[in-house]
Each structure stands twice: as structure tokens, then as C-alpha cells.
Design a protein. Structure first.
Length: 107
């Protein structure tokens, strides 16, 4: 489980197999491809990362709509979060779920 902290609130995130298959249906690709298909200094799209985050947040915090998640992301940015910390969070989720190795440095 990964914790996403926004101001004084914490959200437990988990990318389960079911959540992963939902991400694949919504994006039309495996969640790992959000990162593996990037070239040069290209960043993954915020919309793709928010889809992964949306499925992950609803595993343990049921009923959060995509619009509500976008509002949470806005709060996260207002609280000092940014695209690079969101990328780190998504990578943590992928590691926690077993999609990518927990220790990428040794791979």
C-alpha cells in the first residue's frame, strides 16, 4: 500500500490486479507503458497518470469520482506537489503492485 498525503489528509492507494485491468481498459495499454514508451525528456501525460491514480485510490477509498480526483490533484499541487512527485508516487504504486521491481537500481 502507498500513502498519498494531501494537506492533513492521507489516502491509501493500492494498484490491485482488478485496478490494473481497469487501467488497461481505460488507457488501452498496460500501466507500465505509460512510462516505457516515453522518448528523450518526455513526461507521461497527467491524464494517464491520473487514470492510474484513480483506479488505485478507489481500491481502498471507494466512490471517488474522476472529477473529485482531479480536485484532489489540484489540492495536492496547491500544497506543494508537482508532476515529478506525482511520477514518483505512480512508480511507487507500480513497485508496490509488483508490476516493476521494488529495487530498480539493481535491474
Amino acid at each position: 500500500m502507498v500513502i498519498w498525503k494531501i494537506k492533513d489528509k492521507e489516502y491509501n492507494l493500492r494498484l490491485t490486479t482488478r485496478a490494473c485491468t481497469n487501467v488497461e481498459k481505460r488507457l488501452g495499454t498496460n500501466p507500465l507503458n505509460v512510462f516505457s514508451q516515453l522518448r528523450d525528456n518526455e513526461l507521461p501525460s497527467i491524464s494517464n497518470m491520473l487514470v492510474i491514480l484513480h483506479e488505485s485510490i478507489n481500491t481502498l477509498n471507494h466512490g471517488i469520482s474522476f472529477d473529485a480526483l482531479c480536485d484532489l490533484y489540484d489540492e495536492y499541487c496547491e500544497d506543494g506537489g508537482d508532476i515529478s512527485t506525482l511520477i514518483q508516487l505512480i512508480i511507487e504504486l507500480l513497485q508496490d503492485s509488483g508490476i516493476v521491481p521494488k529495487d530498480l537500481k539493481n535491474q
